[in-house]
Design a binder for this molecule. Structure first.
Ligand code: DX5
Ligand code: ZN
Length: 216
């Protein structure tokens, strides 16, 4: 079963609680929360205080995607704020194994993310430590960018590398009803969608979510 994880980066930030509840009620499976530090990526979004403030608005899985470096000093804060899964980028620091150990140690699902320019082989040594691999299909930092088709090959490689293990494969960036199918066929079972989920405002969320799900 495909898991649909709308990214609240594309929501109305002045009403984030209501937006989180609305997209959950419209059929989202997980809520994807994009954390950006203006250092690892060229944009700043929000931190653990916002994750904590949103936690009472839904009981869906909170899938926290950390685009921050260093990540280690903040892992405990995101775990305590109510994250269920915490994903760190393999490019974000020299000690990915330690970061994953810390996340697992806090009882959360540990994820590792790959930028479009990073080979799948970069995560091979830590596969024992991960519950989720997130493959970026845009360069991280902004919503609303176009899907990078060459990253489908990375998804397929991750799928082959993780055969026989219970590891989710998430695809993030430029997911629409057009790109959801190829991403799922390549091996992704979690689809993150920002703009395509939130476009048109709350009245459209149910239709948007259904269209992405149907395409997968
Ligand atoms: C990009 C983020 C994505 C982003 C996806 O840096 O990690 O989760 O919000 O947005 P869309 O679906 O608009 O590409
Ligand atoms: Zn993301």
């Amino acid at each position: 079963m495909t898991i649909l994880a709308p990214s609240i980066l594309a929501a109305d930030f002045s009403r984030l609680g209501e937006e989180t509840r609305a997209i959950a009620q419209a059929g989202a499976d997980w809520i994807h929360l994009d954390v950006m530090d203006g250092h690892f990526v060229p944009n700043i979004s929000f931190g653990p205080a916002v994750v904590k403030a949103l936690r009472p608005w839904t009981d869906k899985v909170f899938d926290v995607h950390l685009m921050i470096a260093p990540a280690d000093p903040y892992l405990a804060a995101f775990a305590e704020a109510g994250a269920d899964a915490i994903t760190v980028h393999v490019e974000a620091g020299p000690h990915i194994h330690r970061s994953l150990q810390t996340i697992r140690g806090s009882g959360k699902r540990a994820g590792v993310a790959l930028n479009p320019g990073t080979p799948a082989s970069a995560i091979e040594p830590v596969l024992d430590m991960v519950d989720l691999v997130l493959v970026m299909t845009v360069n991280p930092g902004f919503g609303g960018q176009s899907f990078i088709h060459s990253a489908l090959e990375t998804i397929a490689r991750v799928k082959a590398m993780t055969a026989g293990r219970s590891i989710d494969i998430s695809v993030d960036g430029g997911i629409t009803p057009e790109t959801a199918g190829p991403a799922a066929q390549a091996g992704a079972n979690i689809l993150v969608a920002g703009s395509a989920a939130f476009k048109g405002g709350p009245d459209k969320y149910e239709t948007n979510v259904a269209a992405i799900r149907a395409a997968a």
